[in-house]
Design a protein around this ligand. Sequence first.
Ligand code: ZN
Length: 236
Amino acid sequence: MFTHHYTEAVILSELIKGEADKVFTVYTRDFGKINLLGRSIRKGKSKLGMNFQLFSHVRTGFIEGRGYKTITDVSGVSSFKKAKRNLGKLSLFYRISELFLTFIKGEEKDEKVFIFLLSAFEEIDKADFSVKEIELFYCFFSFQLMRFLGYEPHIQSCAVCKKKIEKDCFFDLEEGGAVCCFCFKKKPFSVYLKDIRILSFFLHLDIKDFPQDAKAPDYLLSEFLFFVSENPYFKK
Ligand SMILES: [Zn+2]
């Protein structure tokens, strides 16, 4: 007997498989990140193909077989069509999906993360973003996601000696955050920060409080994402 499941999903990526199939990676409300097989989805005008589109929000049913979870039915909730016509917004969808594909390992239900992802997509769809705001939104979203996933750094004082850090420090994730210049032991991935306050980007809960210039958060973010994705210690 196959078990039939129903859930809501946001489609993060798709891969062509064989003659007519596709494998989707989706983030679901009830199962976390999973792969779903769309059988014969590329044949003619299949209803599945029409609704199961990249970066869409859908309600879907699937059965759990031996090899794959196979999609049985789908109804579209939102395809975020407006956003997809804007190159900057489309690139946001790609980059946010990439974060999910890289940093969320395995299947684990986390409804908070689902709602967070969905509301970001909805916000992107309806907002009137300038190029600068697109970059800021990406930075803000990424820091928030890192917090959700438990990567929030310790920023009040030196993670090693616990002394207050006045200004410059190193961002050392193995120690769990900021490390003062005295305690810093040279490691290839530690990031030098001119000012510890830059780490407070992780703590902003509202994009309105976020710095209006994306340069500093962008720099920290790229160093941070590189560090986490390259370091097996942080792989979940
Ligand atoms: Zn120290």
